[in-house]
Design a protein around this ligand. Structure first.
Ligand code: ACM
Length: 520
């Protein structure tokens, strides 16, 4: 079997002698390698039916996982894998590197071994010497569960699929105009009211069609902790996003005092496109969202918290005498600065708690809180400006990383954002993307933490459709984010992808066929 590893390892040399799994094979782990050992047993056990006991390092064994400080030069996620007729050795400086190596081992198996059931044995792994580490520290996937609520088991499965591709950041877009999906104990109406909308737009906004069916759902805090735990076992960081001050109509529908027109109540938005109001700039509203973030911090232990900041409608502030009085009292020149003030309130709360604020590139417009990370979505301009100003950046430009765009101009593609043929991000477009713009000097480029794809779900009502839009473009993005740019080769990628799709078949992933929407 030719090796078809995605993302492509830094260095990979095939050997002639395969490693055959046998009845007596055990997995030995040095201290710190036990979690990866259990992960490897979960990979190798079901297809072989072998016991594969996980043991301490003193026992003789043919599979050895070790945490080895001398591998520190491979970085936090790097690993070294040696497979030959005698044994299989995986070494890394720490747990994360071992977990990435386990995913490589998974891809050395025959594709049918990923299916969860036994395969006719004995199972063997091709001989290989691999040294591997990522290009970027942030290799992410964004998932919007606000526009369409997606069930908890799907989130867990999606995390498994991210891990298979060595993606390590799960950006969970939890709130928007059309739904609030996170239980907040202090403010129960956010989910009693905000998690439910009367109906949903179907088709494109210009068609003005609605389905007449209530839609909604939310995750309890315990369920979100389960997501965090599962992600952690896979070496994935979860970045929760609470959108403010725009895209917050579901919160305003739940607590009208958060908006600018408490006398004119809003419902949770049913159509796509911007909401009708924005959070007001009262101290009580800032306090409300500090309370919300306090609960968010309790659930999500990771270093980053995303507060949105994009597409903030500023008209309601212009028209509100109270917002204007506040702006003047704060000595702010305009509504852009008022938005920055709001974001800065959240930024100081988060930095006081030892976390870093992440926001879409609009947060640059009226000045940025120190330490903030800019997620550049309106092309790369925002990311370039932020990197030049010394801020860390995640590149997420629409034209290359928005997977709500259609995968081709074929009119048989399922409904996506934009008119047919108007917004297309093909697999090849994603594969050709480079997250470091040429115009950045090396010191500025060092601020590019990485890249991620976005799955906005206005036009994805269920897990199957999400998978169709995510794959195989996610495979390309993973390679962009992990593999060295030298040696990027589209035909080689496509031929590895052909083999990789057999793995996705075994996993039941409902990806878009390479031949097009009709599978031809
Ligand atoms: C965005 O797509 N509004 C971040």
């Amino acid at each position: 079997m030719p090796l078809a590893i995605i993302p492509r390892p830094v260095s990979c040399i095939a050997r002639d002698d395969p490693f055959v799994l046998a009845e007596e094979t055990a997995i030995t782990c040095s201290p710190g390698a036990e979690g990866a050992g259990e992960a490897l047993r979960a990979v190798l056990g079901p297809p072989t039916g072998l016991r594969l006991p996980v043991r301490g390092p003193s026992e003789a064994s043919r599979i050895a996982l070790s945490v080895d400080p001398s591998e520190e030069r491979l970085g936090e996620e790097g690993y070294r894998l040696s497979v030959n007729g005698a044994d299989l050795q995986l070494r890394a400086a720490g747990r994360l590197g071992l977990l990435r190596g386990v995913q490589t081992i998974r891809q050395l198996l025959p594709a049918e071994a990923l299916g969860g059931g036994p395969v006719p044995g004995p199972l063997s792994l091709p001989g290989v010497e691999i040294a591997d580490w990522p290009r970027f520290a942030w290799r992410g996937a964004h998932l919007d569960v606000a526009r369409h609520f997606l069930p908890l088991p799907f989130l867990l499965r999606f995390l498994d699929l991210l891990a298979l591709h060595k993606l390590n950041v799960f950006h969970l877009h939890l709130t928007d105009d059309q739904g609030w999906r996170l239980e907040v104990r202090k403010y129960p109406k956010l989910t009693e009211i905000g998690a439910w909308r009367r109906e949903s737009m179907t088709g494109h906004p210009w068609e003005g069609r609605f389905d007449g069916k209530p839609h909604g759902g939310f995750y309890t805090q315990d369920e979100l902790r389960e997501v965090v735990d599962h992600a952690s076992r896979l070496g994935i960081t979860v970045v929760p996003e609470i959108e403010l001050p725009g895209h917050s109509q579901a919160a305003i529908a739940s607590y009208p005092e958060l908006g600018n027109r408490p006398d004119a109540p809003l419902e949770v938005a049913t159509g796509w496109g911007g909401g009708a109001d924005v959070l007001n700039v009262e101290d009580a509203t800032v306090e409300f969202f500090r309370d919300v973030l306090a609960e968010v911090l309790d659930i999500f232990p990771g270093p980053f918290v995303h507060v949105g900041g994009d597409e903030c409608p500023k008209g309601p502030w212009r028209q509100s005498a109270r917002a204007q009085a506040k702006r003047r009292a704060l000595g702010l020149a305009d509504e852009d600065q008022l938005q920055s003030w709001f974001i800065a309130q959240m930024g100081s709360f988060l930095s006081g708690a030892g976390r870093r604020l992440v926001g879409w590139d609009e947060i640059l417009e009226g000045g940025l809180p120190p330490g903030a990370v800019v997620m550049s979505w309106r092309g790369e301009r925002g990311g370039i400006a932020a990197a030049r100003a010394g801020h860390d950046v995640v590149m997420a430009p629409e034209g290359r990383t928005y997977f709500d765009w259609a995968q081709s101009a074929d009119p048989r593609e399922p409904v996506a954002i934009g008119r047919p043929g108007e917004r297309v991000t093909s697999l090849e477009d994603v594969y050709a993307y480079d997250p470091v713009p040429d115009e950045l000097a090396p010191a500025e480029a060092a601020h590019v933490l990485g890249t991620q794809f976005q799955l906005w779900t206005e036009y994805m009502a269920d897990p199957g459709h999400v998978e169709y839009m995510a794959f195989p473009r996610a495979c390309a993005l993973a390679e962009v984010a992990w593999s060295p740019p030298e040696g990027r080769d589209l035909p080689d990628f496509i031929s590895r992808l052909d083999a990789h799709l057999r793995r996705l078949d075994s996993l039941g992933v409902r990806y878009r066929p390479l031949g097009g929407p009709a599978g031809g």
